[in-house]
Each structure stands twice: as structure tokens, then as C-alpha cells.
Design a protein around this ligand. Sequence first.
Ligand SMILES: [Zn+2]
Length: 451
Amino acid sequence: MAKSEKEKYWTPIIETMPRKEIEELQTKKLIHAVNYAYSNAEHYKKSFKEAGIKPEDVKTIDDFNKLPILYKDEIRERLQQTGDPFGGLLAIDFGEKILNIAASTGTTGVPTVYAYSWHDRQISSEQDSRLKWMKGYRPGDVFFMVGPRWHAYASQLFYAMDAMGLTVLIDCGYPLPFISKKHVMTMKTLKPNVYASPNISLYSIIEAAKSMNEDPRDVFSCCKLIDAGYGDVLTTAVRKRIEKETGIASENIFDSGGIAEPLWYYGDCEFHVGNHCLDDLFYTNVCDLETREPLAKGEKGECVITNLFSESLPIIRWGTEDMTIQDLEKCNCGRTHSRWTLLGRDAFATNIKGTKTFPTEIENALGDIPGFTEYFTILKYKKGPMEILKMKLAVDQTKIKDQEKFVKEVKSALKEKMGVESEIEVVKTIADLPFVGHKVIKVLDLTKEAE
Ligand SMILES: [Zn+2]
């Protein structure tokens, strides 16, 4: 491997391994993970027995896929029955080896609790070093992360930044107007060249800059890249909007995200063709949401994740309820690990006249309309298929001269691009939308309130 090739990757040999070797490695690690989980975590002892499978029965990936899929609700149920906050998943001594304990955001219900040991954080950080290196983070860069520091992900991310030799700007992460003004000053005076945050924090800085009579393009001119997403899907429409506002070219705007419980994180490379995941650390496949059977290559289904290294909380076949498409072809960047296109939570899909509609599809349909932002809430006003799509939109008022005309444009784009009739309510700010944690509720189920 030439020197320049080596510099493309954090761990060149692993990241460019032939698929066959990745699968052999995954099989070995899966067998170990199954035995470890069964021997150490109460939940798996019970669930494997109920499925009639002994750890020694698992010798291949096909055998492994016969194990039951684990859903968050089972952990919540066990929490209620036994009071065990980890729902029977904890495999090490509480208090002795656990480094951090955290709760998930609670996007789909009661937050679940998960833990890191020292070993878990080391490997999770390795995951971040690889993903961030792929995006162009390099030693000596000045990194500014404006995000929720209370999320356990921050622990592994900052550890990775230290390992990679970046200078980290420490600041409060809340996207509140007065704090965002301070962030504008930080950007102007300390000039970070790598900026990372959830989209909501990025927009808050852009708005703060405008309110200070600063051009957001000048504020972001010190950056070589923006790393966004972190909880929201970075659609083409959103990428274009960020480019327009900050002046950073689309190809230098990257996507980041993940799922907290299995410690599974992902990101895109310079080709932006799906999100890369690390297959030597996770075994991930796509299953039918109804039958729970593995699906063929390229089919749309639920992403099911197994963590291959976790010591504290073994995660075997975690049902994410996220609809995805997996791509196992080698990427143009030379990486051979799987790439994922995320469509969104199945819980966020809305049934309009029998057709499943995802918020990401709405974002792409409306992305070119001036004033549209990806902050909206779909109203589920009846059980089963709905006749029309009802939604509340938080818009960028500075870009809308005539609100009636804007609503008309939105309705006709939804009709033309997605074939749906709609009822649109425009709200003044993002704060007028319903929230769960730091995220806007994508689909508000009004049928539950009516019960
Ligand atoms: Zn790639």
C-alpha cells in the first residue's frame, strides 16, 4: 500500500479487507458474543432458552440469524417487572467495571439505560477515529463540537479526538439564542476548521449570526468541513440548505449518526453514497419488520444490529425499528464495509391512502422551496390509512414574503412529487413544535390522546 493510500485510512488493512475475510471475522466474533451474552446476562439465558437455541448451536451466520430479535420494549417490560434498569442485559459487576451510565434520548418512548466499561469506550472511540478520519479530520485540526454534552456519545467522541491529536474547543452545547451568539464569537476569534453539531445547533448559530449583523458565510469561512446530522437524517435538501447558508460546499458537508444502545455509529465518506459502518465491530443485517426474516441484498427493511465487542451490555440482534437499505458493494473510497441508507423510523412512517410515507421523503420533496426547514411534525389524526397528510411546519420567516403563496407551493409539491393531498399549518418557531428530549417529534399520535 502506497504512503498516500495509507493516509486515506485510520486503519488501512481493516477498512479495506475483502468481504469474505470480514464475514469470517464476523462469524468468529459472533460465536464469542453469543457465548459471552448467554453466560453473563440474564436476559439472553432466558430468551435463548425460549427460542430453543443453545449457544453451541450457533456455528454460522445463518444459525445466528435464528436467534430472537431484541426490542426496547422487552427491556422496558423487564424494568417494570424487576426494577432492573438494564433489563437483564448487564454482564459485568455494577460499580466495579462500569465507567459511564447513560440513558437514550427516548425518541420512541421511555428512555433505556446503557453502560460503557473502559474496554467498551476504547473500542467505541476507535470507531469514531476511523469515521472522523474518513471525513478528513486530521491531527492539528481545531475541532468545535456544538452538541449535547450530556449524551454518552460525547465521552467516546472526545476520547477519539484526543487519540487523533486534534485541538478541541470546549463550550456549552445548547442551541439557545444567547449561547449561540457566544458560539458565533468563538468561531470568529478561535477559527475552528472542523465544525460538528446536530442540525438544530448549526441553524441556531446561523440565526444568531444574522441577528448580530454577521454574515454566516464569514463566520463559517474558517471551516474546511461541517459534520452534521447527529440525530436527524441529512437529506440532499438539508445538505443544499446548509451549503447555501454557510458557504461550505456540499461535498464538504458530512452526515453523522448512530444508535446509542448498541454503540453503533456511522458516517459518510467524500463520495456521500450511504453511511459507512464498521463491520469488524458490528454484524448488521436487514430483516422484514413483520416476519423478522433476513431480507435479500438491497431490499428495504429493518436494520438489526449486533455489537461484537461490548463487555458491559452485550447487544445481540437489536431491532432498531429503523427502515434502511444495506449496500455491501465496495465503495469508491476503497472501503469494503457495509454502507447504509437510512429512511427513518418505521414508527415515523405515515400511512396515506395505504402508502408508507417517510419524513425524509417529505424533506426531499420540499427541500427546494425557499423558507422550508426540516423541522415539522406530522399529525396522525386517525388509526390506519389517512386520506390527507396533515403537518405543522416551522419555517424560515426571513425567506418567506407571502405565507399563503408558500403554503400553496408546499401543497402542490406534495401533490406533484408524492401524490398526496395535504393540510399545512405554519408555526412561528421550532419551539412551537412538540419536542421529545432535544428532538422535534416527527409524528404526533393524536389517536393516543383521544383514547
Ligand atoms: Zn466510501
